[in-house]
Design a protein around this ligand. Structure first.
Ligand SMILES: [Zn+2]
Length: 244
């Protein structure tokens, strides 16, 4: 049987901490950003364009705003990752890399990457297609700790509010704060002093005022069960917070 052709890698960059770190761990190969026209697209896209100015292996932004228009009330966009994966491959790559430190989303799970790989290999035998999540067993804190802080400080964006500066109060900002503390890094947004352990952990669910429910409603299905950090990492974050 003929061996697969050499892998030609492309990383699906969302400009969040996980995907930027994944891109870095793989030696900064080609990458692509899909514009789905969501409220947090402008800050993500601006950072992607700035990164692309220094790394010409980054592809032009791909316009998927028509797909973003299909967004459901709970933020779910049907078949989003399938469309992105197949489009990235069709742009001329046979090794498509997704970042997914936890697999709560059905279109990021192992079953998804295996069956997408199989579908593309059936569609075009011999091209050596593969869809993979090489750091699926890593936590967000481990990914952050393995990535130069300058790359994340300058280019990462992970906030549900969509303003250019991250809000520091939504669940995405809260998880970034705790993951940075656990990684021994300075958090990307201001951290209130005097929090209890529980209040610090609650940052992962967003501000504990009346806005929490509405923020929860905007999260992806299953995200409330999403555990991006291990117990010992939460303890390490707490210890780092107390020493500040
Ligand atoms: Zn935020």
């Amino acid at each position: 049987m003929a061996r697969d052709p050499r892998p030609n890698t492309v990383v699906l960059l969302s400009m969040g901490y996980d995907s930027l770190s994944t891109w870095h761990q793989l030696g900064r190969p080609a990458a692509v950003y899909f514009d789905v026209g969501s409220q947090y697209t402008p800050p993500e896209k601006a950072r992607y364009e700035k990164l692309r100015a220094s790394f010409p292996q980054l592809l032009p932004v791909q316009d998927l705003r028509w797909l973003g228009n299909k967004e459901q009330s709970d933020s779910w966009v049907p078949l989003r990752n399938l469309v992105m994966t197949v489009q990235a491959a069709a742009l001329g790559f046979n090794d498509v890399v997704m970042s997914a430190p936890a697999d709560w989303a059905t279109d990021k799970r192992l079953m998804f990457t295996l069956s997408t790989t199989l579908a593309m290999r059936a569609a075009q035998p011999g091209a050596g297609y593969r869809v993979r999540r090489p750091f699926s067993h890593w936590t967000k804190a481990r990914l952050i700790a393995a990535t130069p802080p300058e790359l994340l400080e300058e280019f990462a964006y992970s906030c549900y509010e969509g303003a250019d500066a991250p809000c520091g109060r939504c669940p995405a900002c809260g998880r970034a704060i705790i993951a940075h503390l656990a990684a021994g890094r300075e958090p990307p947004t201001a951290l209130p002093p005097g929090l209890s352990l529980r209040e610090l952990m609650d940052l992962r669910r967003g501000e504990s005022n009346g806005s929490r429910l509405s923020e929860a409603a905007r999260m992806h299905p299953g995200e409330l069960l999403y555990v991006p950090l291990r117990g010992w990492e939460l303890l390490r974050a707490w210890n780092a917070y107390r020493k500040r």
